[in-house]
Design a protein around this ligand. Sequence first.
Ligand SMILES: [Ca+2]
Ligand SMILES: [Ca+2]
Length: 504
Amino acid sequence: MHKKLLPLLFILVSTILTAQNICENFDGFTVTTANKQHAFNTYGNGNSGFLQNWSVTSGTPAIYANGDFNGINANSNTQCALMAVCDVATDWSEGIALNYNFQQGKTYQVSLAIRNAPLSTSPTPLDINFQLLKNAISFTYQTQTGCTQTPSVPGTSLNVHTISSFATNAWQTVNFTISNLTDNYSQLWFRSGFSSGAPLSTTFLLMDDVCINEVVAEATCYQFDDTTLTNATTRQHAFDYFGNGNAGFLQDWLVASGTPAIFSTGELNGTPAYTGTQSALMAVCDAGANWNESLELTHDFTQGGNYTVSFALRNAQALGASAINIDFLLLNAPISFTYQTQTGCTQVAAIPSSAFNAYSITNLTTNSWGTYSFNVTGLTSTYTHLWIRPRFASGNVQTTTFVLLDSLCISQTSTVGIPELKHELNAVLYPNPAIDGFHIALSNNQTLQSVRLYNYAGAMVKDWQNLFSPSAELNVSTLNNGVYLAEITDTKGSRTTKKLVISR
Ligand SMILES: [Ca+2]
Ligand SMILES: [Ca+2]
């Protein structure tokens, strides 16, 4: 095989996006019967709720405590949200919507726990829609009926998930992904109704641990467009160390067999690169059955990670039209390789038993660029290399053909930094050490809901509730000297823990 002198281009792109996350467990509030329904945000009666991120879309949804509802406990801790679907009329319900800045182009994961909790009879099946809204639902408060007619779905909304005929009277975890939004939205509406569409026995939908996590994408791309080679020898050294001991320019890449190269537009039988002016080339040779050139990319694929690998590929058929198969294998160590100066190709290395076959393309004969992608999820171990391994589809010696590769991107999707609660709570305690009392002050217009003091054995020794102020002066004169933990919760449900020392 003969290779000419041509410039190369190589681009490495890495993108990291920041994430906004919300988790709501409905705990940390003191909810009396009178203001239970007002835990949610301002609604038609003009009262403000405690859960400022929420708005009511119909009826009088409430917060319930452990055992408060037919002896049922919350999914997490002590409280959960409740919405009724009522037998008043068809599709009368209680509904809530969570404020969240859903942004165009981004991807989100939503998780929550739900339970159909009838008062006495078996659960009436519910359909639950999850709708993204551009604007809050207009709602008129109904003091007497509890439920109100479920609002129609605005034409500008986006249905992102549906649960049908849900009748399980046990906590169930629901997860769904909202991918690549094409518009911006401001609320996630939890919209329930009878599955039959007709008024049936009133039933209750409990909800807890509602989390929205922006999915963070970190992408690494190789375009092969950014390095200039000066001769046929260094061209092959664009890839990293191979059998002859020379270092390449593309330090992330290793050679697993043969002498893969970088080719420029027009160099190979007039074929253009997929992006820019250069692409990578691997030959499958007529030197022997399963002789080839192959590449392996150094990249961490960690156990449990979620990866998407995308690329462009072409059977360039410079000298023929042999059908080829290409395997994409994950390795936990690079393939050992001996450089063959004369033959170009070398015999394809055997696949290690520890390799994971992530993707295969079979019988590729198309002499035009095609795009491909595959996902790697649920890995049961960690891998360090991606081996791109072409070979003849028939397994026999055929006419040498060439595979061009370009625009290979590996993106890792993950949710990061899922917080216990939804806001950073900045609290200052002073004096600390305290003698008979201490001040506690929040910043950023945050309002205290409660302060609980625990000793170091974990026993709660003080519990101040319904403080409703950005600061408070709290008396600890009855407590012994020692180190305590103050659990501070604000009216939005955010929580932080501070150490308090009492010393007299
Ligand atoms: Ca809870
Ligand atoms: Ca390119």
